[in-house]
Design a protein around this ligand. Structure first.
Ligand code: GLC
Length: 524
């Protein structure tokens, strides 16, 4: 159990909840969710038992990438509400003991951001150096072989000033130049601006990508297909993952620690090797939490998941707090990816997520077992995954409206309003129905979070793997024993000794062996 003097490390043992604002609740009838919708459902989040929410981008943006193309870092997107609404949300959440994290996008801005507009004005514009500009390669054409998220060259020619600019995502998302000290100064002010307004921390977009190789060297070919370290056959050695990035997080960590309670930095650390992941914690002086994508992309087997968990804990520096998630707005929903919609597996995955040591991040809808939605091509809204082939189908599949009730609009918006993305099968799975049903996934999830809070709040529980036959995973975590049967037949593993606190399934008798895809938590 690591040190948590005075409850300052409030994220340890916590459950955070990623809320895709545009899909949460539409209160003004424009088909998009909004900040007022979050305020209206804070009591639901408290009832569920989460400790904090991370809001998908809330800042002004032309929405080429739904807010990940920021055109102003100090405001609120008018579709979502106003700065006053956000202040009200932070206050109302705070009154209920809920923390609010924002999404910060420091790798790139929209080309509509005033910095870029100025930079594109002339070669000696004040903000020219904020972005990565380069001359054509000696033989003509883009300066190097880097590709963007759609597989096209990561360089766009800017005729008026006769240079290329860099964009690792869409050409409307120009990469910032972190070799430029003024960019550091800008973001330090932005970070403080939000912390001063009561924001509890940031999820940091593309956290491993900020710095680019100063010499703009070509990326080497990828040794093997690797969805984390590689892109379109290239290893992202020089276009991302540069060592200088760590200094940025050391600076921000000092700022975060200057607040009471300390603010949280949670990185989108899109790296495949756990050594690099561990590096983002520094010597407890960089990010306090770093997303674990090897866990996200592990197969849903006892062997693979337990291996990633064990290896992660072995690599993380002493006292570091791991962060676990299984769904998000890019990678899709685990009830589909891991579980193929099988509710037994969904319960088992939730049980594991709720009992791993550290911080768990749920994605809106995980708690009712929401699955990906097949969004027909004509209704897709995500340009990046529509145009490219790097995202395994449209990312819209995991961004559809929250399913509040079984009505045609899923309770997300008023009848007669067309939601920005189509609703999934809300009649089959929705909050209202599951709230009434004591045997539902939602009620099970709530019981898990309740238990987690009682056992783990404020700590990183000690984890120890226990011997188990193939296909099964058993561990001791804090004062609990968890056994999980990742197979479609009854487990060879007996039910653990001690009082059974929770099970994914109804147990025929207290000591009965585990059934197919059953998981049990007991007190030891
Ligand atoms: C991150 C976001 C993703 C976005 C990209 C560019 O990966 O999670 O949604 O498209 O960064 O900002």
């Amino acid at each position: 159990m690591s040190e948590n003097a005075g409850g300052q490390r409030w994220w340890q043992g916590a459950v955070l909840y990623q809320l895709y604002v545009r899909s949460w609740l539409d209160t003004d009838g424009d088909g998009y969710g909004d900040l007022a919708g979050i305020i209206a459902r804070l009591d639901y989040l408290c009832w569920l038992g989460v400790d904090g929410i991370w809001l998908s981008p809330t800042m002004p943006s032309p929405d080429e990438d739904w807010g990940y193309d920021v055109s102003g870092y100090r405001g609120v997107h008018p579709d979502l509400g106003s700065l006053e609404d956000l202040g009200r949300l932070i206050a109302e959440a705070g009154a209920r003991g809920l923390k609010v994290l924002l999404d910060l996008v420091p790798n790139h801005t929209s080309t509509a951001h005033p910095w870029f507009v100025d930079a594109a004005g002339s070669r000696d514009a004040r903000h020219r150096g904020y972005y990565v500009w380069a001359d054509p390669a000696p033989g003509g054409g883009p300066p190097n072989n880097w590709v963007d998220a759609t597989g096209r060259p990561a360089w766009t020619w800017h005729g008026p000033t006769g240079q290329y600019y860099l964009h690792l995502f869409l050409d409307s998302q120009a990469d910032l130049n972190w070799h430029e000290p003024a960019v550091h100064a800008e973001f330090e002010q932005i970070v403080r601006y939000w912390f001063d307004r009561g924001v509890a921390g940031f999820r940091i977009d593309v956290a491993n990508g900020l710095y680019k190789d100063a010499k703009l060297r070509d990326n080497p070919p990828a040794a093997a297909p690797d969805r984390l370290g590689a892109r379109f056959g290239q290893q992202m050695k020089y276009s991302a993952n540069r060592p200088e990035t760590h200094a940025v997080f050391r600076d921000w960590r000092q700022i975060a620690e200057g607040y009471r309670p300390p603010r949280l930095l949670l990185g989108e650390t899109w790296v495949g090797d756990l050594g690099s992941l561990a590096g983002f914690y520094g010597h407890d002086d960089e990010l306090q939490l770093a997303f674990n994508f090897p866990f996200v992309f592990a197969r849903f087997t006892a062997q693979d998941l337990s291996r990633v968990v064990g290896a992660t804990l072995a690599r993380l520096p002493a006292g570091a707090c791991p962060a676990w998630t299984a769904s998000n707005h890019d990678v899709g929903r685990f009830p589909t990816r891991w579980c193929g919609g099988d509710e037994r597996k969904v319960r088992l995955a939730l049980l594991v997520l709720a009992t791993l040591p550290g911080t768990t991040v749920l994605y809106y809808g995980d708690e009712i077992g929401m699955t990906d939605v097949a969004v027909p091509p004509a209704l897709r809204r995500d340009k990046m995954s529509r145009e490219g082939d790097g995202w395994e189908g449209s990312r819209d599949r995991a961004r559809t409206p929250m399913q509040w009730d079984g009505s045609p609009s899923a309770g997300f918006t008023a009848d007669g309003v067309t939601p920005w993305l189509p609703c999934g099968d809300a009649a089959a799975r929705n909050v209202a129905g599951q709230r009434r049903d004591p045997r539902s996934v939602l009620r099970f999830c709530r019981a898990l979070l309740d238990l987690r809070r009682a056992e783990f709040a404020g700590t990183v529980a000690r984890y120890e793997m226990l011997p188990a036959p193939e296909g099964q995973w058993a561990y001791r975590v804090g004062g609990l024993t968890v056994v999980a049967n990742f197979s479609g037949w009854p487990a060879a593993l007996p039910c653990p000794a001690g009082e059974v606190l929770l099970s994914t399934a109804e147990r025929p008798s207290p000591r009965a062996p585990l059934g197919a895809w059953e998981g049990v938590i007991s007190r030891t």
